[in-house]
Design a binder for this molecule. Structure first.
Ligand code: PMP
Length: 407
């Protein structure tokens, strides 16, 4: 692989060098958040050391520098997801914030009593609850695309669910709990045949594969900075201009206005209409360093590396007696969820932690998935570009050791 030097990549992430419980850290909780390369950490220090000041407000030198830097991130985000315009990129607090924004604002403009909102059986709570809240408020109905035992959405039922009553579809690109990659391009095309816009939750896709919002023809796309090697507290809502213009603002406050009098307020243009108040300036500016870092290595290289690791880990895991992988779709990305008959996932997580191996256990904010599989939760190992075969070997050895103690 052209630019992919795993030793160099690992050396770029200071935290990977630390020990946990006296053992070298094996970090396999990347679905929850990724570690940060030194360039991002340096950018954060640099921001506070050199340019800290508020954006879009001052005429003074520092404020102009920070405003320019914030807008550089917006342009880099536009290029990263191949959006048409900078102002289609709304900078938010993260995926959850972005979905709530769309549910509230699209909901206000377009959802009425009896309308239907289609989501899928494998959504993260943040792509379920905002829609449920909207349904409660408006008397609308939530419809759910079912999935099979492998964790694959039923496309025939999806086609049947779409009707004149459907006002929006909200689906995840990659499931955080199962790893399934959904065929979102086809799903978007189908929704569009019914004139229905689609929101795609790309929280688990943006760091693993190339995304092109114009090619996908997606109406809204959301993701978080902290899962793509960037700072916490910043995220993105991409929206097609026509939808963003047709929606009322989210929150009221500074920056989102053009003119305020006690009689009437006029709202600012995109993207500021949706960016009330002081944003997370530091995170917004420093997300640019994460984008540059990913671009320097290349998403195709990252994907090839992670896919090979996923295949390797899946094979090793399947060889352990009693292990049942949850999520066995043919198209998967970077997530390995599993249960072991007779053992609670939490106990496995605790024993792995003692060995310095960080995995996640529980329902992964996707309780309906656990209900469907009739399990309390899973153990989830999730991969990033800096993971290695050696990480997987340590994890598998640790799992075997934990299971001899627990079984
Ligand atoms: N959707 C998916 C698929 C996720 O994995 C996550 C994070 N686990 C979210 C949404 C929510 O992201 P955040 O907590 O960064 O808002």
């Amino acid at each position: 692989m052209k630019n992919f030097d795993i030793d160099k990549v690992r050396a770029d992430f200071p935290l990977l060098k630390r020990e946990v419980n006296g053992k070298p850290l094996v970090y396999l909780d990347n679905g929850a958040t990724t570690q940060k390369p030194k360039v991002v950490i340096d950018a954060i220090t640099g921001y506070y050391t050199d340019i800290n000041s508020n954006v879009h407000r001052g005429v003074h030198y520092l404020s102009q520098i920070s405003t320019d830097a914030f807008e550089v991130t917006r342009r880099k985000l536009r290029d990263f997801i191949h959006a048409k315009e900078d102002y289609e990129i709304i900078i938010t607090k993260g995926t959850t914030d972005s979905i709530n924004l769309v549910a509230q604002c699209y909901g206000k403009a377009f959802i009425q009593e009896g309308d239907e909102i289609v989501i899928s059986a494998m959504e993260h709570h943040s792509n379920i609850v905002p829609w449920q809240m909207l349904c409660d408020e408006k008397g609308a109905v939530l419809r759910v695309i079912p999935m099979d035992k492998a964790g694959v959405l039923d496309q025939a039922v999806y086609a049947e669910l779409l009707s004149a009553k459907t006002k929006i579809v909200a689906i995840t690109y990659v499931s955080n709990a199962l790893g399934t990659i959904n065929p979102i391009k086809e799903m978007i095309q189908l929704a569009h045949q019914h004139g229905v816009p689609v929101l795609v939750d790309a929280a688990q896709a943006i760091q693993h594969m190339q995304l092109d919002v114009q090619d996908l023809d997606v109406d809204f796309l959301v993701f978080s900075g902290h899962k793509m090697y960037g700072p916490t507290g910043v995220g993105v809502l991409y929206g097609k201009e026509k939808w963003l213009n047709a929606m009322p603002p989210y929150q009221g406050g500074g920056d989102m206005i053009k003119d305020v009098t006690f009689a009437k307020t006029t709202y600012n243009e995109l993207p500021f209409k949706f960016e009330a108040g002081t944003p997370n300036i530091e995170a917004g500016i420093c997300l640019a360093a994460a984008i540059d870092y990913i671009n320097d290595i290349g998403l195709d290289e990252i994907k090839a590396h992670e896919d090979a690791l996923l295949a390797y880990a899946t094979e090793k895991l399947n060889a352990i007696q009693g292990v049942r992988v949850i999520g066995t779709a043919a198209q998967k990305s970077s997530v390995l969820s599993f249960v072991v008959d007779g053992v609670h996932p939490y106990d496995i997580g605790v024993l792995l932690d003692k060995l310095g191996i960080a995995v996640r256990t529980g329902h992964h904010c996707a309780q309906p998935i656990m209900d469907q599989f009739e399990i309390p939760g899973t153990v989830r190992a999730s991969l990033a570009m800096y993971n290695t075969k050696a990480d997987i070997d340590t994890f598998i050895a640790g799992l075997n050791r934990a299971l001899t103690m627990l079984l």
